[in-house]
Design a protein around this ligand. Structure first.
Ligand SMILES: [Mn+2]
Length: 353
């Protein structure tokens, strides 16, 4: 079925679901990325314009990455931490770019949302949701949301168009990974509506010294095992960096697989990236976190998390979990050499002239 005719049908269903309702909570994943932020804003626009529904956008974790903060500022949208806003006072709950009980969003697993729109593979609990639109071949949820706006004949304002374009570009790495014709079409439609200068300003978001310190530590803690890299970032205050580093490391010319992990907020967070055509990152992450955490993802990228017990010795727990995920990861890829080599030599400090 073509994207737009499917979207038209879905839109009708959505309109009957939210008819007569007044408030909608839109839940994003923890540490929402540009795709999640743009998709949530687009759903808000749709619910506002088509049904006069008041929406609140909510997330877990932080808005850490400079580009994402820049994007939120530009959109002028209020994003509410879930622990401050809760879900009690809303007629409806929607989820975008994530699904119930995945472990990467703040909605308690007992609470089922009414609407789920996502491009990750369908999860079991999602089947019980009243309205779902899961298109796992799409490169971005922003592409799906752009189709909804088109079907509803809503032309987004410049900031929203810019955000949707950015959402698609960053989730597909400029169509370089896991994208389909629908993503290309959406980008072509959005391009004339977007503020290109603003887009490049957002992408070049300024960063503090700590960013380079983190990068330096992470590179020093990266080991190469045949065609795969494992990077231990250590403790971080900005979880978006895990995916950003994984993308950077996957550019290594000999590397097909990357696993990056870091400790954040009493959790061990993991990002996988691959160019492997035979084995999916989403399947490998399930092996890696089996029985100790949660995870999911696409063919080329996946993420997982392991909850640690804050009261107990965190460093020991972390070290044990790290060893386990490293071994499981290498085993999944049939890599026997468990020692690996440092990716880079740390140079001796040079004295100033
Ligand atoms: Mn996405």
């Amino acid at each position: 079925m073509g994207g737009l005719s499917q979207t038209n049908k879905k839109l009708k269903k959505l309109e009957s679901l939210w008819a007569g309702q007044e408030t909608l909570l839109i839940v994003m994943q923890d540490n929402p990325d540009p795709d999640a932020i743009a998709a949530a804003c687009a759903l808000k626009e749709l619910a506002n314009k088509k049904a006069g529904i008041t929406c609140r956008l909510s997330y877990g974790g932080t808005i850490g990455r400079a580009q994402n903060r820049e994007l939120v500022d530009y959109l002028g949208v209020n994003l509410h931490p879930f622990n401050e806003i809760g879900n009690k006072y809303f007629d409806l709950i929607a989820m975008v770019d994530t699904q119930p009980a995945t472990g990467n969003n703040p909605l308690p697993p007992k609470i089922l949302p009414d609407i789920v729109i996502d491009h990750h593979p369908l999860r079991k609990p999602t089947r019980s949701v009243a309205f779902t639109d899961i298109r796992k071949n799409y490169g971005a949820t922003s592409t799906i949301m752009w189709e909804y706006l088109s079907a509803a004949k809503i032309t987004p304002q410049i900031p929203l168009a810019t955000a949707l374009l950015y959402g698609i570009r960053s989730d597909t790495q400029d169509l370089g990974r896991e994208s389909i014709q629908a993503d290309i079409d959406a980008m072509e439609d959005l391009y004339p509506l977007a503020n290109k200068r603003m887009l490049s300003q957002i992408q070049q978001g300024r960063v503090p010294t700590g960013y380079y310190q983190m990068l330096s530590t992470a590179l020093a803690n990266t080991r190469i095992y045949e065609n795969c890299l494992i990077c231990n970032i250590g403790e971080i205050d900005n979880p978006d960096m895990i995916g950003e580093l994984a993308d950077l490391l996957l550019r290594h010319e000999q590397v097909n697989w990357v696993m990056c992990y870091a400790c954040f907020d009493n959790r061990l967070l993991i990002s996988l990236r691959t160019q492997d055509k035979d084995l999916k990152a989403g399947d490998v992450i399930h092996n890696v976190v089996c029985r100790i955490g949660t995870g999911g993802g696409h063919a080329g990228m996946a993420g997982g998390q392991i909850q640690l017990q804050p009261a107990k010795d965190l460093i020991r727990q972390c070290t044990r979990a790290e060893k386990l995920i490293r071994n499981r990861f290498l085993k999944s890829l049939n890599i026997r050499n468990k020692k690996g080599l440092p990716l880079v030599q740390i140079p001796l400090q040079t004295k100033p002239e």
